[in-house]
Design a protein around this ligand. Structure first.
Ligand code: FAD
Ligand code: NAP
Length: 479
């Protein structure tokens, strides 16, 4: 909008409320991270910006129907699935993905009824050693008083207060020098006054010259791990631990003395030990490992897989000729965000830009990167769209050099949405939800008490679904 002075931007969001993983991923005890939402207020205040919440692209609105009304479509729909371990027992009761659990404690409507079984036993195992794994570990071991007043969902406060979990094991398939969590997140877990820490012998993973020989980031991480928490798990019943070089192999239910399976709830997780590949530099972040024959089993009353999120193709992508790379889980692009397809290229081996189609964020890059990197990525793609526009290259509806777009945007699509009885939520309506959440939060001493159900959200916006079609039309027209 800054660079193309007459550009109008319509932002579609499938939920009534905005902010994606900033609202539903970032941990509730990291409120400072959510400040990036404030930057958005200025953008949203522009008369050239329309927020259209509660409208799922691909389902409520077909991409093919959207195309005639726009010059460009930018896909920024993130990663709404997660990677599977593909091991026996993965679907047993008591096994959750970190994505579900994170969505649950953050009040995502899709996961508000998860009811994770935190009271079946004392031991949680988390597979994966990224920052999401540490978020899950922290929520499980943090003193509840650290969380109560945050925007954590109230159902999570209630369940965590009944939680019996005392030990959390965070398991990686490679070593401590290959883990992808960052130093700030590890340090946080070391600072709870009553939470112990233990780890496998770390020295065996470090260079013989000691950790001083490591590159800066790895060195700082090693120092924090070496220092530990000052509390051993023996001093205290509650604690967390890191285990390395273990690849998930199978999840088991309880067995009796005759080795017969009893019940259908997770009781342990079996790992296959790994070793560094013969050609790997074990001190390098990229060191590869291979499986050994040896297995090791961890007791677990609950298991979380935290091995990465995954993007999926939006329904109807192919109607616009947009390919999807299932292996990388991204929309193929030229790194700047221009969507590329072999069918748009000059020949079979070279892909060209599909006019007017762009991607950004996790669906462009894959499911890694913090908010700052995602924002930088967004600025690059915005620059590229503006640059392409100013260079007069073909856009979505360029036909023989003429722009045949209706230029109507949302105005050309509103009726299709309303005819389905779907209530779109605009920015003012979101602000009413926001205000209501803050107000009711204040009443119980929280920064925000989120609505965890889309009907509650719409009701707070004054757009309850029981409204008749005339009222919906009137609301859509007036606000
Ligand atoms: C658990 C977790 C914790 C994190 N914590 C931090 C942190 O503390 N600090 C940090 O810097 N980074 C953190 N990150 C990373 C950060 O959240 C991401 O870098 C960033 O949110 C990615 O942005 P995105 O726009 O690609 O995706 P998202 O934030 O997921 O946004 C995608 C949006 O698209 C919507 N959508 C999906 N499908 C459709 C559809 N069909 N129609 C309409 N809308 C649709 C979704 O509802 C969502 O709102 C965390 C990530 C996770 C998973
Ligand atoms: N506080 C924060 O700043 C914060 C909080 C949360 C998330 N984030 C960001 O969000 C992004 C996503 O985080 P993430 O934790 O989901 O992803 P991630 O950083 O990619 O970590 C995924 C972990 O899963 C492991 N893994 C992958 N496949 C596996 C398999 N089949 N078996 C066993 N282990 C497997 C990986 O090990 P290998 O390395 O061996 O593949 C890695 O340890 C990251 O960029 C992260 O920094 C940031």
């Amino acid at each position: 909008m800054k660079q193309v002075q007459d550009a109008v931007v319509d932002m579609y969001e499938k939920l009534p409320v905005p902010y994606g993983l900033v609202r539903f991923g970032v941990a509730p005890d990291h409120p400072e991270v959510k400040n990036c939402q404030d930057t958005f207020e200025a953008v949203a205040a522009s008369s050239r910006f329309n927020y259209i919440g509660n409208v799922e692209v691909g389902k409520t609105l077909a991409l093919a129907d959207m195309k005639p009304h726009y010059d460009a479509i930018l896909f920024a729909y993130g990663a709404s699935e997660d990677r599977k371990m593909d091991i026996p027992g993965e679907t047993l009761p008591g096994v959750y993905s970190a994505r579900e659990f994170v969505g649950w404690y953050n009040g995502h409507p899709q996961f508000s009824h998860l009811e994770p079984e935190l009271d079946k036993g004392e031991r949680a195992v988390i597979v994966g050693q990224g920052n999401v794994a540490l978020d899950v570990a922290r929520i499980l071991v943090a003193p509840l008083n650290n969380l109560r007043n945050t925007d954590i969902a109230e159902h999570a406060v209630a369940a965590l207060s009944r939680s019996k979990i005392k030990q959390v094991e965070v398991v990686g398939r490679r070593g401590p020098l290959q883990a992808s969590y960052t130093v700030k997140e590890v340090r946080e877990l070391m600072q709870f006054p009553k939470v112990g820490f233990k780890s496998a012998d770390l020295n065996s993973f470090y260079p013989p010259e000691g950790i001083q020989a490591l590159p800066r980031v790895q060195k700082r991480l090693a120092e924090v791990l070496q220092k530990g928490s000052g509390i051993t798990n023996k001093d205290h019943k509650d604690g967390w631990q890191l285990s390395f070089m273990r690849s998930p192999h199978a999840i088991h239910v309880k067995k009796n003395r005759l080795n017969q399976e009893i019940g259908n709830h997770v009781d342990s997780i079996e790992f296959q030990k790994t070793e560094f590949a013969p050609d790997a530099d074990q001190f390098s972040k990229d060191a590869r490992v291979q499986l050994t024959e040896e297995t090791i089993t961890s007791e677990a009353s609950i298991v979380f897989r935290s091995i990465g999120y995954k993007s999926t193709p939006l329904l109807g992508l192919s109607d616009l000729g947009v390919p999807f790379d299932e292996k990388l889980g991204i929309i193929p692009n030229d790194v700047h965000g221009r969507i590329i397809s072999p069918s748009a290229g000059p020949g079979n081996l070279s892909a060209g830009h599909l006019p007017g189609l762009y991607a950004v964020g996790w669906v462009k890059r894959g499911p890694t990167g913090v908010i700052v990197s995602t924002m930088m990525d967004a600025f690059t793609t915005a620059d590229i769209i503006a640059q392409d526009w100013n260079a007069n290259v073909p856009f979505l509806n360029t036909d023989k050099g003429n722009n045949t777009s209706t230029g109507l945007g949302w105005d050309g699509l509103k009726d299709t949405v309303l005819a389905q009885g779907v209530v779109p939520v605009d920015w003012e309506a979101w602000k009413r939800i926001d205000k209501a959440e803050r107000q009711r939060g204040e009443e119980i001493g929280k920064v925000r008490w989120k609505f965890v159900d889309t009907e509650q959200m719409k009701a707070a916006a004054g757009l309850a679904s029981s409204w008749n079609i005339e009222k919906i039309h009137a609301a859509a027209g007036s606000s």
